[in-house]
Design a protein around this ligand. Structure first.
Ligand SMILES: [Zn+2]
Length: 116
């Protein structure tokens, strides 16, 4: 940010607002191996199912609270546009990347950045 000489008041105001923003926002960067658990939120009943990363196998097939179906096996051979295949691919990718990190075989790391 360029501040003209003699515009000190404006500069101070800008500095104060910058400090305020910094106080409110903290940057957080997380690696795949920092994921401790994955939570699935049911779109129907809003119930949450949390699975520890170490126990992560698949996207649950249905909500444990209302039994609403989240994905079907035949979705993977058809072109149905539900969130099942994409969610499954993400969970499988997390598992694979975590295993590669543990074995030191990863050639690059994916970091997830959050604003809190
Ligand atoms: Zn549900």
């Amino acid at each position: 940010m360029l501040v003209a000489a003699g515009n000190e008041g404006g500069f101070r105001a800008a500095a104060i607002s910058w400090r305020c923003r910094m106080a409110l926002k903290r940057r957080m960067i997380a690696g795949i191996d920092d994921i401790e658990a994955v939570t699935f939120l049911c779109s129907t009943c809003k119930a949450r199912t949390t699975i520890p990363a170490a126990s992560l196998i698949d996207v649950p097939q249905q909500c444990t609270a209302c039994n609403s179906e989240w994905w079907r096996a035949n979705e993977f051979t058809s072109n149905e546009s539900t969130s099942g295949p994409a969610g499954m691919a993400l969970v499988q990718a997390i598992r694979t990347l975590m295993a590669m990190i543990q074995e030191g075989e990863d050639r690059f790391r994916i970091l997830l950045e959050f604003e809190s």
